[in-house]
Design a protein around this ligand. Structure first.
Ligand SMILES: C[S@@+](CC[C@H](N)C(=O)[O-])C[C@H]1O[C@@H](n2cnc3c(N)ncnc32)[C@H](O)[C@@H]1O
Length: 419
């Protein structure tokens, strides 16, 4: 939960109007003049206060530090006075709206064009799908590593964590950089450069850095590496990893796919943002939950109403839709999946799954007599099938400090890939 209410009535009482100053350089938001005319307080950075016609005599607070400004804004709201906060671009996008909301202030937001949109526009580039990261007020290494990993990244910079520092960190990577300084002002400058060049020059704040890799169909910009994937979607690797130990899930008896088997099953399902995975015979829900951690939408189907799928999903902070019922009947009416994990159920379940034509089907089987029928069924349904038996032996302690191997039950993992 974000704590953001679903609806908010600002029709009565004072609100703080947050107005974006346009990085595209157009005239200010049309509502700005009206907001300023009734303002009893205007808050903003010195450059923003200087850029708008603050009514004579209206008190102002210059940012810098936010705490004194928040105190003044709270006092204004309590006194039923209208306050205006000036901010850059879209104040809801990597901007001051987050802090003002966290302070509990009632807000109206009048957004302008974000510096990121303006920078891509100045470069004449599309930016849907570009990753936007910030090096503002934090360790810049995650932003730098995003630039190293992805073909199109915009970085909101901060003094000391800008084009020079990030450029230095990108030396050795084949990247073109665009540095967009003072967008929307008379001092605007947009420079196409290389990591080496960017590292050796001073850049004016504020600026946005675009980091662009040669992608398929484009000429290589320099270092002789091949084109990168055009798909800019970062692999949504969960911060806590996946193929987690069984102790990371509430489960009963052996009703959980073991970590070693889960690692292969999840890899074969190829979960990612934009895909739907069914976890049929979900048990603890661990396979579906790990698919959800990797960005997929997931439906878990489980006949036991006491199975802890919901509790496990909540523990890992993912949204898994639970359908309680018997497969194959329970599968009827569900939206078509991209991939299905069948951890429980018989041949009838597998047949119903194959009939929905997912791109991939992954089946785990402990009973050997079920392997051949499952392979034949999937092949007959038009799937290329491969399989392997996994038998992990885990390290375990022996008295006296020795170690032994403790066998886990062998499992056959089948993967059907639609031909
Ligand atoms: C806290 S973020 C605010 C982003 C803002 N909400 C937006 O939509 O543009 C501050 C960073 O935005 C970028 N920025 C804001 N205004 C800019 C401008 N006029 N020209 C270039 N970069 C700007 C800089 O990277 C700056 O360090």
């Amino acid at each position: 939960m974000t704590g953001i209410p679903l609806t908010e009535d600002l029709s009565s009482g004072a609100a703080v109007t947050v107005v974006g100053i346009d990085a595209a350089g157009r005239p200010a938001y049309p509502g700005l003049a009206e907001a300023l005319a009734t303002a009893g307080l205007v808050v903003g950075a010195a450059r923003h206060l200087a850029a708008v016609p603050v009514p004579p005599g209206c008190p102002t607070v210059t940012l810098g530090p936010l705490t004194p400004a928040l105190d003044r804004l709270r006092a204004a709201v309590a006194a039923d006075e209208h306050a205006v906060v000036l901010a850059s671009g879209d104040p809801g996008f990597f901007g001051i709206v987050r802090r003002l909301r966290a302070a509990g202030l009632p807000l109206r937001v009048l957004p302008a064009v974000s510096s990121v949109a303006a920078a891509f526009a100045r470069a004449g580039l599309p930016w849907d799908g570009a990753a936007v990261v910030t090096a503002h007020g934090r360790d810049p290494r995650p932003a730098l590593n995003a630039c190293r990993a992805l073909p199109a990244v915009a970085v909101l910079t901060a003094p000391g964590a800008g084009a020079a520092e990030l450029g230095a960190g990108l030396v050795g990577w084949s990247r073109r950089l665009v540095v967009a300084e003072h967008l929307g002002t008379a001092d605007e400058r947009v420079t196409w450069t290389t990591p080496e060049d960017a590292a050796g020059r001073p850049w004016a704040d504020p600026h946005v850095l675009l980091s662009l890799a040669p992608t398929a169909g484009e000429p290589d910009a320099g270092a002789g590496v091949g084109p990168m994937r055009a798909d800019n979607q970062p692999a949504a690797a969960p911060a806590g990893g996946w193929a987690l130990p069984e102790s990371a899930y509430a489960h009963r008896d052996s009703m959980i796919t073991k970590a070693e088997v889960r690692a292969l099953a999840v890899a074969r399902l190829r979960p990612r943002l934009g895909r739907l995975v069914w976890d049929v015979g979900a048990g603890s829900g661990s396979v579906g939950i790990e698919c959800a951690l990797l960005g997929a939408a997931v439906i878990a189907v489980e006949r036991d109403p006491a199975a802890p799928v919901r509790a496990n999903a909540a523990r890992h902070g993912v949204d898994v839709r639970l359908v309680t019922g018997h497969a194959p009947e329970a599968l009827r009416g569900l939206p078509d999946p991209d991939a299905v994990f069948v951890g429980g159920g018989g041949t009838d379940v597998l047949a119903a799954v194959a009939a929905r034509r997912p791109d991939r089907v992954v089946v785990t089987l402990a009973a050997l007599d079920r392997v051949a029928p499952a392979v034949h069924l999937l092949r007959a349904a038009g799937y290329a099938v491969e399989g392997s038996q996994l038998a992990a032996a885990r390290l375990a302690d022996l008295p006296g400090g020795s170690l032994r191997l403790a066998a886990t039950n062998p499992v056959v993992v089948l993967t059907g890939e639609r031909r």
